[in-house]
Design a protein around this ligand. Structure first.
Ligand code: SF4
Ligand code: SF4
Length: 350
């Protein structure tokens, strides 16, 4: 076994030992022809390889979150899994640095390029963990655009390390093993309508094509997953956001809607989970994780997917009590609750 083979095995073992359930290696060659977010040199000149890995979310917390029984469980698990993934990236990068290969950790989430028009608010990641993951065999693309895996569905968090070491690349998974049957439940579970129903995005990475549903304006997900609003247009269910400002139809209507919902967002009490999520782009910096439905719905077993969709669509709608506690109630009860609020308080929600 040569030196780079040994080093490749070591970094994989390092990730698995830290609780990663899959690890892959992509290189400048296997990413050739990809979009700018696959340019390994963007953050590290002369980077030759990237290690990408996935940590699983807690499936029990996912279901309690979808049923709207427990908002805290999903938030705490999300925060901790992100922190663990980013921590492994740091540990791996420092290991490689100590071995003489300049390396940079790319944290799991909430880091954006500042050197592009619009700065960090353009929300362009330094590197796409997803593209690296699909090319290096960590998982497949679901039509949602999320990385899906045989055992964990889309319920994983990804992080990466860029390195000047010339590691040995890993192959993509066989296309025929992808369980995504385009059931459409990820799309149905998205109150923002981020995923196009008829158009696909295709990327070519090192001569291999990968496709998923075209994503419409990311302001859609910012508005809904960001917690600014969350009532599905049916009025029957919501995300964990207690706000119900109308969710627009057209891409160009989302940014104004979001800007209009900033002050109410800032002024609403944030539930304290004792393990809170901070995000540099969120007004007031405290993020309430309220959605993630496209990720949480997607399970390898179609029956589980259907059950989860039912859990979500019968979970009721979120309201916030005076002390900040958010709970789910029947849509009629939510209406009565909002109607009883004084106008100033009510304006925080609708
Ligand atoms: S929910 Fe269905 S359509 Fe969406 S990614 Fe999963 S399997 Fe594919
Ligand atoms: S996180 Fe929520 S709002 Fe964002 S794309 Fe997924 S389902 Fe839609």
């Amino acid at each position: 076994m040569d030196k780079m083979e040994r080093l490749s095995n070591t970094v994989k073992d390092l990730a698995v030992g830290g609780s990663a359930v899959a690890v892959g290696i992509a290189t400048t060659k296997t990413l050739e022809g990809g979009p700018p977010s696959t340019d390994l040199n963007c953050f590290l000149p002369e980077a030759r390889s990237a290690v990408v890995f996935a940590l699983p979310l807690d499936q029990g917390a996912i279901e309690a979150f979808l049923k709207k029984e427990d908002m805290a469980a999903g938030n705490v698990d999300n925060r901790r899994t992100n922190t663990m993934a980013s921590g492994i990236a740091l540990e791996m990068a420092e290991y490689l640095n100590m071995k003489g290969y300049e390396s940079v950790p790319i944290t799991a989430n909430a880091v954006y390029r500042k050197d592009v028009p619009g700065g960090a608010y353009a929300e362009i990641p330094p590197i796409s963990h997803r593209y690296l993951a699909v090319r290096s065999g960590v998982g497949h693309f679901g039509i949602s655009g999320n990385i899906i895996m045989d055992k964990y569905g889309a319920g994983t968090i990804l992080a990466s390390v860029l390195t000047q070491a010339e590691l040995i690349p890993t192959d993509p998974l066989p296309r025929e093993d992808n369980y995504c049957d385009e059931c459409g439940l990820c799309r149905a579970a998205c109150a923002s309508g981020l995923m196009s129903g008829d158009e696909k995005t295709t990327v070519t990475l090192g001569g291999i094509e990968f496709s998923y549903a075209k994503r419409l304006s990311y302001s859609r997900c910012d508005f809904v997953c960001g917690g600014f609003s969350g009532l599905h247009k049916s009025g029957n269910w919501s995300t964990w956001s207690p706000a119900r400002f109308p969710i627009p139809e057209k891409d160009e209507e989302f940014l104004p809607a979001l800007l209009g919902a900033v002050e109410p967002f800032r002024n609403r009490i944030k539930p304290d989970f004792g393990c809170n999520i901070y995000h540099p782009l969120v007004p007031g910096n405290r993020l309430e994780f309220t959605c993630g439905h496209c990720q949480f719905i997607c399970h390898p077993d179609k029956k589980v997917r259907q059950d989860r969709y039912k859990m979500l669509t019968t979970s009721g709608v979120a309201i916030q009590e005076a002390d900040g506690y958010v709970k789910a109630v029947h849509p009629d009860e939510a209406r009565e609750h909002l109607d009883k609020l004084d106008p100033e308080t009510r304006a925080l929600y609708e």
